[in-house]
Write a protein that binds this ligand. Sequence first.
Ligand code: HEM
Length: 931
Amino acid sequence: MRRFVIIGLAVSLFFLGAYSSFRNSQLGSCLAYAFGGFREVAQDRSERFLGKVHEDIARCRGGEAAVTWRATPWVDWQQYRATGAQDSRSAGLLSRLGFLSPNSRGIAGALLDMEYQRIELLKFNLFDNSGTFEEYIRGRGETAGSAIRVWPQFRLPSGHPSYSNVGSDGRQRCRGELVRFRHLTGLCNDIDNPLMGSTDQPFARNSQFDATFPDLGKNQIVKNRHGERLGLLKPDPQVISRRLFSRAQTPNNNCNDGHGLPGYTPSANCDYQKAPVLNVLAAFWIQFMTHDWFSHLDEGHNQSESMMMGCSTRRVDGAVKPLTGKEIRQLGCRPEDRIDKSDVAEDSPPASFATGNTTYLTRAHKTTLNRVTAWWDASQIYGYNETSRRRVRRDPRDPARLLLVFGDSPTKAAVGYLPVLRPSDPMNPQWSGQESVAFPDNWNVGLSFFHNIFAREHNIFVEVFRRQAATTPEGDSGLRNPAMPEVVIRYKDITSDELFDVARLVIAAEIAKIHTIEWTPQLLYNEPVYLAMNANWSGLLARHALVADALEKVLAGLGKSQSGKEATAWTSAFAAGPGIFGLSNDQPDVNGGINHFGSPFNFPEEFVTVYRLHPMVPDLLELREWQNDPNVIRQKLPMIETLRGKATQAIQQYGLANWALSMGRQRLGQLTLQNHPMFLQNLSMPRLKSATGKIDVPALDIIRDRERGVPRYNEFRRQYGLKQLTRFDDFIDPRVPKDSAARREQQRLVGVLRDVYGQHRCDASKVITKAQLNDDKSAINDCLGHASSSMVDNIEDVDTVIGWLAEFARPHGFAISETQFQVFILNASRRLFSDRFLTSSFRPEFYTHLGVRWVIENGPDGRIMEKGKINGHEMEVSPLKRLLLRTLPELAAELDLVVNVFDPWARDRGEYYSLQWKPRPGAETDEAFKR
Ligand code: HEM
């Protein structure tokens, strides 16, 4: 009997051992995961996904590396198979299993994780500041809050010039001329909510209202989180700038504080850390975009009252001490700098309301206005109010065109430059001498470049349209007037004003396309993001199998966790598969494809924060000549000499083609600590009339976020459904070898963070957040898991910009951090979902037949494919490359090998998402590869 027991035990142990090793194998983990089913979308914010998966899932998608990674605060998908470069892919027999192969599991898993994030962000992170929030929470009658589609707050007021056109005091609905094209101030994009997204509407929030404005200490939780440690100038923003933002320079490199050498000799050098796969065009592209989406400043102005900018204190052993004269000199900051205070729309105490046991604020403690339209409507080019429109010059010989000149003479469609501001144009004195455009602030060569090429593109569209009209004057243009939808508008009937507005629609959609499928996939250079962005865009055209599959799985989990009406509203938004662009453009209702998910659309304050990308800008620009060996850097021009009116001179002196080549080949600055441009720390601002006449823009980035109540970094992450950090050392990327120089550098920066932000003795009885719970469902407290009364890092105080710049651990090819990406996942989808002209009104009745084709086929000449496969995909020639070939045809030879215009033009792209910095054939002598 004893023998049987022993044998029985041995057999059991054997099977248990075998089971456990099978269970811990990838196959076992995949089976366990498959039988476990897919998670439901969280019902409550405390159950959110956080980007962290079960051990089985991690192993199935990424093997042991992914299992180990689960202990970090960073999203798990970055360790899944095939989400990196070639070495992240598994080879051999298993890789041929198609959908079941480790590579497909990795990519599909990453897409699934992103889709969970997106749906939960839409569910938990929408906070409108314009008075609709109470209904969003309570619902309206039978309608769930997130299914509400029309709000009284977006009605036109009785004094508005279009009041009677939309239905006066009855049901308001835009009609007639108001719905035909993109309206100057962004009115009537949503036909039922005339004011939504228009100029001067409040910025929204993505954080709970009571988590905003931590400096004000408005509730106990915020006080518990930060004690007395925060203020507008606490910790000191200029000290932060000089210690955590300044670029270190090699001695004797002739940088001369960003001024380079006389005659712009190329032997000058201003050191900066360079991003591997993004060029300077990409930096100015995103500045060009932000000027379309948002601005806190009105005509380049804030309030008239000014304030100090720091350079006065530092922390020593937990206490704030004044800086000594010697310390100020060592830091190089300026106590006399002044800046105008940020505009505020509302700062009276917000009302509150209660449902169940929860009390909510109806808005944030203060609100600010978005001074431009929130739509992706190219308003930086075409205007967003009457003042800006006066700067938009149309060609008197053909008013459908924008005016382009050479010297003082108007030019043909595709050549020439935008005209310069005239003394009679509305402007700030500091804009004098620069091009006349709708959004002229912070002007530089990069902005000048993009404004000029898009003005050329506008005119080329008009020219091609006019040619078509001349060939088939009786033909149906596709355009319709909604007042008489049955009447065909022939080519010959179209007026110059109509054609101008059609061209604006086309340019805006082209810009949105370039941003979605060209800029973003290069900024986040890996396979899952490539698939996700292309699927987002091409919903109109194609279903991407892996993305559609991920979406279906998440939607299945959504249905279970939502009220019927809410679930229907959500599912209908996603019904066409993963795509958003062109959604419902085949349905009769031209307004029917939009979905605001119960919260009216505007960008949130937090969105502005994550676009503070000033480190991208180098101090010296490397000038090349396309006709004269592009591999040679001829001059190094200081950025500081290419601002405002000097930008206009520089663009015209060297020509757009040389600038395209120069900015196309130079790498931009990496988004990391100690990498801000010097010239921005010392930017002259004559309008301020302060003792120094200068400001430190990176320090101002910190100040503005504090003025506008952006939660500090750790709470920001918790609010967005990401894991918190518990100490500064969490920033160190565990993948970096322990004894490497890179590791030592990260440790050094962690030391500086600790020095600047300090530590405190923690109190475990203080609850510090309502956004998340610990894994064991207990409240998160001041000790963040460390022993009570121990000294802990002041990680809660870290300014958001500092935090995301300090993220050394990033998914492969990410120029930005995962925290910034999280903000994009939500808002990048929303600005497509909410815009009628990018969904249900993307149709010939608005765009004309030529316009629709132009956007879909990247121009007038039909689809053109790149040679061979790129990262395993057959790809069309990119939309910006096609545009450059039209506007700068002299660059055809240089562009021939360019696949993505934002990838440094002379880089060899290598195989599968390589980040290597090596020259492509023909560029071996390019000096940029010697450094
Ligand atoms: C020559 C280059 C640049 C100059 C001179 C410049 C200058 C400035 C200044 C002075 C401000 C502060 C305005 C204020 O709050 O009073 C600012 C804000 C900002 N900058 Fe830049 N900048 C440059 C490049 C860029 C680039 C490449 C980006 C990339 C996206 C960028 C993004 C932003 C954002 C998001 C803000 C906040 C805007 C707002 O509050 O509405 N800037 N910049």
